[in-house]
Ligand binder design. Structure first.
Ligand code: B16
Ligand code: MG
Length: 217
């Protein structure tokens, strides 16, 4: 098992923050008179904040100046953080705590590899901030997924070769980023979206210690 490690996406893998992103974007959409649905929200998974706003504006065919975009993104983030502030350990997705405990016990390194600029505050809220060997988030990258940058920085921090890293992701952009980084990928979600993943699971509950051992061998 030596020389290998894991890189975890945050939203959709460690916790389900997509529901809070949706509520916060929805409030902004209402303000702008855009009919933003849960189906539209699927398009925002794994995508950066600025790209998310562009998708939302595209849905409503609304054009904003750069200054307005910055202001609306700040407003959305303030609302989002109000939801995040209420998070606790109970929001950690099934199987994750057990898997992280196994990795820790066996000294297998693992990093976060998230697009979110709020990753640290979320991890703190669910009491996992100190669990990770390394944290790479939206503040550390200049190129968003599907660019492999976030995962390559994580591999560097873990002192692992990319080919020895196993990425756990719920977004198509994340699976593509893992492929481009020459890493093994585990998709959490549906075949339709994540067909390119090396291993596909329909829930984090299937991310068992037994599977982790297989992936490490
Ligand atoms: P923030 P992940 C992503 O997190 C979310 O899936 C995506 O919906 C969000 O727009 C992005 O983070 C940026 O988040 O506004 O908090 O910086 O899945 O890469 O962990
Ligand atoms: Mg995600």
């Amino acid at each position: 098992m030596e020389g290998k490690g894991f890189i975890f996406d945050l939203d959709g893998v460690i916790v389900d923050t997509a529901k809070y992103h949706y509520l916060a974007w929805k409030e902004l959409a209402n303000q702008l008179g855009i009919n933003f649905t849960e189906e539209h929200n699927e398009l925002l998974k794994g995508v950066s904040r600025v790209k998310s706003l562009e998708i939302l504006l595209g849905v409503g065919d609304v054009t904003l100046s750069d200054t307005e975009k910055v202001r609306y993104m700040e407003e959305k983030n303030t609302r989002y953080l109000e939801y995040v502030a209420k998070m606790d350990e109970s929001e950690i997705l099934p199987g994750i705590k057990e898997l992280l405990a196994f990795l820790k016990e066996n000294k297998i390194p693992f990093s976060l590899g998230s697009a979110s600029k709020n990753a640290r505050v979320i991890l703190e809220g669910v009491n996992l901030l100190d669990a990770f060997t390394a944290i790479v988030d939206g503040n550390d990258v200049s190129k968003a997924k599907p660019d492999p940058e976030v995962f390559l920085i994580a591999a560097e921090k873990l002192k692992l070769e990319p080919k020895n890293c196993i990425v756990i992701e719920d977004a198509a952009a994340g699976i593509e980023a893992a492929k481009r980084a020459n890493m093994k990928s585990v998709g959490i979600g549906e075949e339709e979206m994540l067909g390119a993943a090396d291993v596909l699971l329909d829930s984090t509950a299937k991310l068992t210690v037994a599977l982790a051992k297989e992936l490490l061998n």
